[in-house]
Design a protein around this ligand. Sequence first.
Ligand SMILES: [Zn+2]
Length: 242
Amino acid sequence: MGLSVHQFTEFVQTMARGLVGVAFPEICICCGMPLQQSRFLCHYCSYDRFEDANPGGADSCAGVILPEMISVQDAMWIYDKNDLLQQLIRELKYNGMGALGLELGRLTGQQVAGSRMRYHISSGADIVLLPVPLHPKRERKRGYNQSERIARGVSEKTGFTLARIGDVTRIRNTRTQTGFSMGKRMKNISGAFRMNNPGLIGGNFVIIVDDVFTTGSTVFELARTIAPARPAGIGILTVAMA
Ligand SMILES: [Zn+2]
């Protein structure tokens, strides 16, 4: 028995809704408001819900002490008291939401990298976005590298060159750093990265991209790894500040 035209139309509509529902949630993952466009966050959660990590547009966020080789550090949002931003970052890291990383990267590119961070990059050098590499084992398990997704979104909005996976790799699968003291974190991460493509770094301004800036031990170690290739400068960009 075939379907009537009406049944068939209904079937196609249900299928289409189902497919769209899988690719894009229909409600904001922060507040549950219905979304107008196919995105993860509503307009309010994209632009007004979270606190700016660097409202004065300084060359680094308040309280951050940078090593000499790093001249600029910026982040879009600062962790809030009610944990909502941590939950969002956790979704990105552990719940297979690579597309959310792309969306957060676009927002970070729009709100931070292309304008106020660019302002502090005085050299006329080309800008290269370098996502913090994951160990291949961990990347396989997760299905993607959240920092790479973020950097991809930033690149989309700014036109900055995106480093390829493999230009710098993680050669040691370090334990999670949570709960470690700064000294312990530095020891844990030391020698974790290897630079495979110094040509990409030399003479360019490299912006290291990660999801959250906490103590900086990981991004500082990555900066130390690429410094011998003589970049024109090094910066750090994250979605969030803990
Ligand atoms: Zn929302």
